[in-house]
Design a protein around this ligand. Structure first.
Ligand SMILES: *Cc1c(COP(=O)(O)O)cnc(C)c1O
Length: 354
């Protein structure tokens, strides 16, 4: 399939590079592609960024049949445009599609679409340290039909947003509220899928945590309210007595690309890494025994987000005196070094957009 390109005749004024924030500004173009039963995926096109017109009856508005992804393009000091393990995101995209009854996309073609779009909007990739171009592919169900049934038609869209450095003011560990009432996912549900419904269902707990003065929610499993799942929209790691522990992939947590990279990187540094069930009780006991050394979340946006405090049923646990730990810092420096093409990529994770 050939991607047709229609360039904008009215390029936008670029936003102030020092006030980018996250997901507020969008580039001049977007990628669109349609799906219907007769033609499959068809008419891939790069067009000027604009509103899209849909019937109010579209399935996505009523039953949330949709998926999304999140990844970044990075400008290296020598001017190359880099992606970080993009095929992992595309593979996950199809796993989400499968769960949500959305048709599969061709992985190679999807990578080509992402690269082509970025090439058209290349001058939107921020060059300053720590800044990047966030890539948001998503698919929505467009059937104008109120019956509860997988849609017969879909729209695949990719939009791009220049984003600021996540830690513009240095890495400050965040305070985490361990949620014991609301749950995010259960086995057999959609916890492993990157889909909007999971987020809609998480907002209430996030709001509650914020009201209590916490930045993020730590989710416990939906059945026992005991085993740790994730933190906010990040995977989670605890360094206990020299062992780096992260919950195993059992269907309720999102298989993060950053999570997988942290596991591989830590192992290459000689750290013992375990993917296993970890109960909040074990974390509390480790803290009381002075063995809880570090804790952090992992995800594309922040890369590594250290946790400085956990509130467990009103009890406050301070981790590493509220400061970023040595391993967290080393993982952050190495991962971001690879992503921005500043250090040697021994894993073959960087993919150049050429
Ligand atoms: C996207 C996401 C993550 C992190 O995944 P990365 O691929 O590392 O960005 C973790 N948890 C949830 C719920 C997510 O949506």
């Amino acid at each position: 399939m050939n991607i047709t390109i229609t360039r904008t005749t009215t390029p936008k004024v670029k936003p102030d590079q020092n006030k980018l924030g996250f997901g507020k500004h969008f580039t001049d173009h977007m990628f669109l592609m349609d799906y219907n039963k007769e033609q499959g995926w068809h008419d891939p096109r790069i067009v000027p960024f604009a509103d899209i017109s849909l019937s109010p009856a579209c399935a996505v508005f009523h039953y949330a049949q949709e998926m999304f992804e999140g990844m970044k393009a990075y400008k290296s000091p020598d001017g190359r445009n880099l992606l970080f393990r993009p095929m992992k995101n595309i593979e996950r995209m199809n796993n989400t599609n499968e769960r949500l009854c959305i048709p599969q996309v061709d992985p190679e073609f999807t990578l080509k679409a992402i690269k082509e779009l970025i090439k058209v909007d290349e001058d939107w990739i921020p060059v300053d340290d720590g800044k990047s171009l966030y890539i948001r592919p998503f698919i929505i169900a467009t059937d104008p039909f109120l019956g509860v049934h997988p849609s017969a038609s879909y729209l695949f869209c990719i939009i791009l947003s220049p984003v600021g450095a996540y830690y513009a003011e240095g890495i400050n560990p965040v305070k985490i509220y361990v949620e014991d009432e609301y749950v995010r996912a259960v086995k057999g549900g959609t916890g492993f899928a990157k889909t909007g419904g999971n987020y809609a269902a998480s907002l209430r707990a996030q709001e509650k945590a914020e009201k209590l003065g916490y930045t993020q929610v730590l989710w416990l499993d939906g059945i026992h309210h005991e085993y740790i799942d994730e933190v906010g929209a990040m995977n989670v790691f605890f360094l206990i007595d020299g062992e780096l522990i992260t919950p195993q992939l059992e269907g309720n947590i999102l298989p993060g690309v950053t999570r997988d990279s942290v596991i591989n990187l830590a192992r290459s540094m000689g750290v013992k890494v375990s993917e296993r069930r970890l109960s909040i009780k074990e974390v509390v006991a480790a803290a009381e025994a002075g063995k809880l050394e570090e804790a952090f979340g992992s995800g594309t946006a922040a890369v590594i987000s250290p946790m400085g405090e956990l509130n467990v049923e009103g009890k406050k646990i301070i981790i590493n005196e509220g400061k970023i730990g040595a391993l967290s810092q080393k993982l952050y420096d190495t991962l971001t070094g690879i992503q921005w093409g500043k250090i040697k990529d021994e894993f073959g994770w960087s993919v150049e957009i050429d």
